[in-house]
Design a protein around this ligand. Structure first.
Ligand SMILES: Nc1ncnc2c1ncn2[C@@H]1O[C@H](COP(=O)(O)OP(=O)(O)O)[C@@H](O)[C@H]1O
Ligand SMILES: [Mg+2]
Length: 385
């Protein structure tokens, strides 16, 4: 076979350029974990000359703090037996089992300073210069990890702030709500205008009170405090109760509510109050986002080992490009309530977290100008028993 030397040289140059411009660090190590070859990114990352790294043991070459502080070679420090990096390398060299994207955090000395670094590494067995070796591809994710940690802290702080503020708002809002309700009840001597203002005050305080409750709930759930009070209840009874509670709202809009449900009890493990909240929000939304004189259907069926609840309406529907945001917080989409009802945009976000907490799923099918069908599933097994 004739070899085209020019072509060979060209492809060699191409591979070299590729290797030296890749941001991942690539090491080729022999059986004793001695570096045989590295790419340009290694030089840049450790501030060392490639020539000074070749033939050094991996840990020494990257200035592992254990090797430096104990003044021992990599593989001989008191920590080496616990080193995941080393375990990964030997898994490949001895058993040819590759590792894929494992995460390690190490202290290294870079330009004389001890720094904490987090890496993701992948190993693979290869033959290099006809010898059995290991190729290690390392990505430095220290900065991303740091940003993630900061983001987590910021979210925690935000939730704490939200929790404190909303908690402090709760009592004064309840007071306004209660007093205005009390005055409304005894408003015979007021003028029509005064009564109307008072009614406004009552309605706004009722909305604020719901908003505060929802915000408190979201901040509690986001701080990892979704506490489920799981019990063994009849789901059919929960659904019937929820339909009954929402009936007056439906009647106000001349909406007919149909319930399709088995006559038999549907015994299930779930948090009754929380699931009631989910169903109430779905039915409440169906009423809020439906036109007068339309129909709503609540249907419960069994599918495999799941109980499926569907709340469907003949309302305006949700545009395709907004569907993804439906279960996010404050998702006030272009679909607005049909009779100017109040909306906080938190109900479905809370519902999703509650259903997730029960290891179920929640989703929606919707066609603009035809209506929406919200579904959620609850596992029927005894995982909570
Ligand atoms: N049945 C429905 N039909 C059309 N749009 C809906 C329906 N249910 C929810 N949506 C849309 O999803 C948004 C979020 O709902 P939700 O979180 O329950 O908040 P809220 O009920 O306070 O508006 C609503 O504001 C509305 O735009
Ligand atoms: Mg809602």
């Amino acid at each position: 076979m004739k070899v085209d030397l020019n072509q060979l040289k060209e492809s060699n140059e191409f591979l070299n350029t590729l290797l030296n411009h890749i941001t991942s660090l690539i090491f080729i190590l022999d059986q004793q974990l001695r570096i045989q070859c590295v790419n340009g990114a290694v030089e840049e990352s450790f501030g060392k000359d490639i020539k000074n790294m070749t033939h050094q043991i991996f840990g020494n070459a990257i200035n592992c703090s254990h090797a430096i502080e104990e003044n021992k070679n990599c593989q001989h420090t008191s920590f080496c037996d616990l080193c995941d990096f080393r375990k990964g390398l030997f898994k490949v060299l001895k058993h040819q089992i590759p590792t894929y994207k494992e995460k390690v955090t190490r202290h290294l000395y870079i330009n004389g300073k001890k720094v904490e670094k987090t890496f993701v590494f992948t190993t693979r067995h290869i033959y290099y210069e006809k010898k059995s070796m290991v190729m290690v591809v390392v990505d430095d994710i220290t900065e991303i990890e740091e940003q993630r940690r900061e983001l987590k802290e910021a979210i925690l702080l935000k939730n704490k702030f939200l929790g404190t503020v909303t908690h402090d708002l709760r009592n004064p809002i309840s007071a306004i709500q209660n007093v205005s309700w009390f005055l409304l009840d005894d408003s015979d001597k007021m003028t029509d205008e005064q009564r109307l203002f008072l009614k406004d005050i009552y309605e706004v305080s009722e909305y604020m009170s719901r908003l505060v409750d929802d915000l408190l709930e979201i901040s509690r759930i986001e701080s990892g405090k979704l506490e489920l009070n799981i019990g063994y209840h009849d789901y059919a009874e929960t659904i019937r109760e929820s339909v009954m509670i929402n009936q007056p709202l439906a009647v106000k809009k001349d909406i007919k509510m149909e319930l399709i449900l088995s006559d038999k009890p549907l015994m299930l493990y779930y948090d009754r109050n929380k699931i009631m909240q989910v169903v109430n929000n779905l039915i409440g939304n169906a009423i809020k986002f439906s036109y007068k004189e339309t129909k709503i259907c609540v249907k419960v069926t069994q599918r495999d080992r799941y109980l499926l609840t569907c709340v469907s309406d003949e309302g305006p529907g949700i545009p395709m490009d907004e569907i993804d945001q439906v279960f996010s917080e404050f998702s006030k989409l272009s679909t607005r309530p049909t009779e100017n009802e109040k909306s906080t945009g938190l109900g479905l976000a809370i519902a999703k977290r509650i259903v997730d907490g029960h290891q179920g799923e929640i989703w929606v099918d919707s066609v603009v100008n035809e209506g929406s069908r919200f579904f959620f599933s609850l596992p029927m097994d005894d995982r909570y028993a």
